[in-house]
Design a protein around this ligand. Structure first.
Ligand code: COI
Length: 386
């Protein structure tokens, strides 16, 4: 079964199509970022300690991959080197105007010790969608995947094997040219760093609580909402702090035009399960990040025979539907967070509890089953790195 086959057209986006293009085997891509080994890697004991009690994004492996682009010359000098501080001019454009894009993708250890990643072409294609919006150079998709192959092969001992653990890979690209004029940088650096990680939310699959921001929006029409760029996350931090002050785990944003409709959370997409089994998720209006996990879940739910629709989901309607029992579950999804139920939806003047979790748990099991090799992968989503 091919990835894009049999899904209704409206939900087969260009990124979903890109993800379905076969990738050459890792052995063919390996070596594009030649390894210069870290002279002082962590000792076995240090690594074992670092892999104990994993949280999200706190420890880093021994190496990182790097490439530099210069205007007129293109990409050059690709390498895998020791993880460490980078040297940047205080005038580097990224520090002033935020010309940066990034990705998030994981390496999963299967029971037989092999290491896999999930739909890497999706992230490769999305990095380039983001790069175009931020006037950054595109990285050839197979170089993107090769950078993951070389890094994970260098640091394979850093891929954890505990329940729900993975090596979180963070590819990113930024303008490093030193200048203060507002124009696209002529020197750009691309890196991938790797962080052995556990659950994004410390309480794992426990329901999270959401604060709906009403004074702030994540993105506006014609802006950068669909791109994975630091600015979108920077602007979510103050509302995220307000969410925390309200005792909530995450912030949820409404659209900037009507200020009524759900868009996404601070760092993940949102899905609503109706009592009749239909699953709804906000339309990709250009202000929402098109998540790889969102896309895969849509496909999995459809193949279970569920109706999945992109919809305009108003906060008012959602609150009424939770109250009446028309909506039984709401969940968040993303690479880092995977799939997590929403237990509370809170905002100015409301605080509702959502108790259902059945579909959320099913889809979590189905998705992670494929990612960790517990279930067959009929979509060819998994790509063997090692
Ligand atoms: C991811 O899910 O990979 C992201 O980049 C989102 C961020 C909240 C960690």
């Amino acid at each position: 079964m091919s990835d894009a086959a049999s899904t209704p057209d409206s939900l087969v986006t260009p990124l979903a199509k890109a993800a379905a293009v076969p990738v050459p085997a890792a052995d063919e891509l390996a070596g594009r970022f030649p390894l210069v080994p870290n002279a002082h890697p962590a000792t076995e004991a240090e690594r074992a300690q670092a892999l104990t009690d994993l949280h999200f994004g706190k420890v880093f492996s021994d190496h990182m991959t790097h490439a530099r682009w210069t205007r007129g010359e293109g990409w050059g000098s690709q390498e895998t080197v020791a993880f460490g501080d980078i040297s940047l001019s205080p005038a580097a454009a990224v520090l002033h105007y935020g010309q940066e894009v990034f990705e998030g993708i994981k390496a999963y250890r299967h029971a037989d010790g092999s290491i896999w990643t999930f739909r890497p072409r999706y992230n490769a294609a999305r990095l380039n969608v983001s790069a175009r919006r931020l006037a950054l150079p595109e990285l050839p998709e197979e170089d993107f995947i090769a950078s993951l192959v070389d890094l994970v092969r260098a640091d394979q001992e850093w891929v954890p094997s505990g329940d729900g653990e993975s090596l979180y890979l963070r590819p990113y690209m930024f303008a490093s040219e030193a200048f203060l004029g507002v124009h696209a940088g002529g020197v750009v650096d691309y890196y991938v760093i790797a962080s052995p990680s556990g659950a994004y939310f410390t309480h794992g699959l426990q329901p999270i609580s959401i604060w709906v921001a009403q004074d702030f929006h994540r993105a506006g029409r014609g802006g950068t909402g669909f791109a994975k760029t630091g600015g979108n996350y920077a602007s979510s931090l103050l509302p995220q702090q307000q969410a925390a002050e309200q005792g909530c785990d995450q912030v949820c944003f409404l659209d900037d035009v009507t200020e009524k409709n759900l868009e996404e959370l601070g760092g993940m997409n949102i899905m609503v399960v109706d009592a009749d089994g239909t699953v709804r998720t906000p339309h990709l209006t250009g202000t929402i990040l098109e998540g790889n996990t969102r896309s895969a879940i849509i496909r999995l739910l459809q193949d279970e025979g569920r109706k999945v629709v992109e919809d305009t989901i108003s906060l008012e309607g959602l609150l009424a539907d939770i109250e009446s029992g028309k909506v039984t579950e709401v969940f968040a999804c993303g690479t880092a967070a995977v799939v997590v139920p929403l237990g509370h939806l809170k905002g100015e003047g409301f605080d509702v509890t959502i108790s259902g979790q059945e579909v959320t748990h099913q889809i979590h099991d189905r998705l992670t089953g494929i990612q960790y090799g517990r279930y067959e992968d009929p979509y060819d989503w998994m790509y063997r790195l090692v």
